[in-house]
Write a protein that binds this ligand. Structure first.
Ligand code: HEC
Length: 497
């Protein structure tokens, strides 16, 4: 942690942190109850939340050791602030309401701890809009640390997420969010997983000892900045998973990050996509478009510093006719890169030989198709396969401070939107793709099993039995009402892509 502070200090001194206001606001947190109004979600990446906090009044529920956070959530109404005192809380918290501010109180170095004891699946699930979750230590869960299920406008900041299973912080199908100043480790799949989202800032997090550090998947308008991503299997990924309801991934900025020594052994669930991520990869762009990589420090990643690839990178991946499989219009500006690619996987070694590159190491490699990409100064790096990259004319992304929206996104309206669809997008798509294996089996397989039997699915997901020895167990979705389970079951049976 010390070294991170040092590095952040240097960053600050260099003047490339835009969120100085955040650092100020974190210090003041322990005094005044700071409840969010919609103003919190207006381009919050560049706002001084402390100033907002001082002007607001709202109802507060306090939670002390021995009590349950869930009881407070159940009592709370829209607009409530829930303050959780230091202590250990052994529960799963499910927030199915809008406008909830869930705040841990840190006092004399003591944090509120959510402890999963490796028996509980999730620590915090929310499906409401306008959500703030901050100041928790979350550890030893099996599924997710914090998962957002189709909620718009969220701030998840200043949490420790340690060994929480498959995903650490995982907003799924949400618009307008900020994930900042969290520290995550020990995650089997993606530590920070932005899935099928729009307008998200991922700022100043530290992510280590996980399989994938930060994933931007089937998402648009994402800013990944100032993060310290080290000692994972792969550092930062922007990619398309085929077979999900949202088919594209574009307009991603990856800048001012430290992507260092991501060389740990892959401990992902065998058979999952992420299990085929080769260790030693700093940044991977797979089939995503319009990704700008600027001003990062990328060193010591033994496979390669930056990999651009089409979907063939993953063995046995199923094609999706609606997802274009190549990385297009990638912009690589100035980055500091050294000591990458000292021990690449065999395929890369062979690819290097085929491209007649004899210098030791690989900073940047492009494999497969793609067009319209550029690099500012190819000669600064050891590159392989960038023959069709032109020289970039782009002046850089300095004019973009945040990708959050100037006004909050409208709350999702379950009266006008199909609720089964929202649940499918917001929950099931985290593990089920239409035509290929993710964490769970393909939806096509499930449809064949449960044709004309939505009730069967609704029952199964409330109390899943472990059927397939080559898959993990499916976590129960028993927090969903019977009615909702039936709705999502019907939706799952109805889709054809
Ligand atoms: C955290 C990952 C995860 C999430 C989220 C998830 N599933 Fe699953 N699902 C799995 C896994 C893993 C299996 C395979 C379990 C087995 O065979 O033991 C599975 C299996 C299934 C099956 C097959 C049952 C059978 O009889 O073979 C159905 C149906 C299903 N899931 C429906 C859903 C629905 C509906 C949702 C959303 C509400 C959902 N799942 C969310 C991981 C997940």
């Amino acid at each position: 942690m010390k070294s991170v502070l040092k590095i952040l200090g240097i960053l600050l001194a260099a003047g490339i942190i835009f969120g100085a206001g955040y650092l100020v606001s974190m210090k003041q947190k322990s005094n005044v109850p700071p409840p969010p109004t919609v103003d919190y979600f207006k381009g919050a990446g560049s706002k001084d939340i402390a100033a907002l906090q001082q002007t607001e009044q709202r109802n507060v529920i306090e939670v002390k050791p021995g009590q349950l956070i869930q009881d407070a959530i159940n009592k709370a109404q829209s607009g409530y602030l829930i303050r959780v005192y230091p202590g250990t809380y052994k529960e799963t918290v499910y927030i199915d309401k809008d406008n909830i501010y869930l705040q841990g109180i840190i006092r004399e170095g003591q944090w509120p701890i959510l402890e999963g004891e490796k028996t509980r699946n999730d620590a915090i699930l929310y499906s409401g809009n306008n959500m703030v979750i901050e100041n928790f230590k979350i550890m030893n869960y099996k599924g997710n640390g914090i998962m957002g299920q189709a909620g718009n406008n969220f701030i998840i900041r200043n949490n420790y997420i340690i060994d929480t299973g498959v995903y650490g912080i995982f907003p799924e199908f949400g618009t307008n969010g900020l994930i900042s100043h969290n520290i995550l480790s020990g995650i089997e799949d993606a530590a920070i997983y932005v899935g099928m989202c729009d307008n998200i800032d991922v700022l100043y997090n530290e992510v280590h000892s996980s399989v994938a550090g930060i994933e931007i998947e089937n998402s648009r308008h994402a800013l990944v900045e100032g993060n310290y991503v080290h000692d994972n299997t792969g550092g930062i990924l922007a990619f398309i998973t085929p077979g999900l309801p949202i088919k594209t991934c574009y307009d991603v900025i990856i800048r001012n990050n430290f992507v260092i020594n991501n060389n740990i052994e892959n401990f992902g669930e065998p058979g999952s996509i992420v299990a085929s991520l080769p260790k030693g990869t700093g940044i991977i762009i797979m089939a995503a478009d319009e990704v700008t990589i600027e001003n990062n420090i990328i060193t010591g990643n033994q496979n390669a510093g930056i990999v651009m690839t089409d979907l063939n990178f993953i063995a046995h991946i199923t094609k999706d006719p609606e997802s274009e499989p190549n990385p297009d219009r990638i912009v690589i500006l100035d980055n500091i890169m050294s000591n990458n690619g000292s021990n690449p996987i065999d395929e890369l070694k062979a690819y290097k030989v085929a491209n007649l590159v004899t210098t030791p190491g690989i900073d940047i490699v492009a494999i497969g198709g793609g067009s319209g990409s550029c690099i500012r100064d190819k000669n600064k790096y050891i590159t392989v396969g960038l023959n069709n990259y032109s020289q970039c004319q782009s002046a850089g992304t300095g004019n973009i401070i945040s990708y959050m929206l100037p006004e909050p996104a409208p709350a999702r309206d379950t009266k006008t939107e199909d609720r089964g669809k929202l649940i499918y997008y917001g929950i099931c798509s985290g593990c089920h793709s239409y035509n290929m294996r993710m964490i769970g089996p393909p939806v096509m397989t499930i449809q064949a099993l449960y044709k004309d039997n939505p009730q069967g699915i609704a029952d199964y997901i409330a109390k899943p039995v472990h059927k397939r020895t080559d898959f993990p167990e499916m976590p129960p979705q028993d927090y969903l009402s019977e009615e909702k389970r039936l709705e999502v079951a019907k939706f799952m049976l109805s889709i054809d892509k």
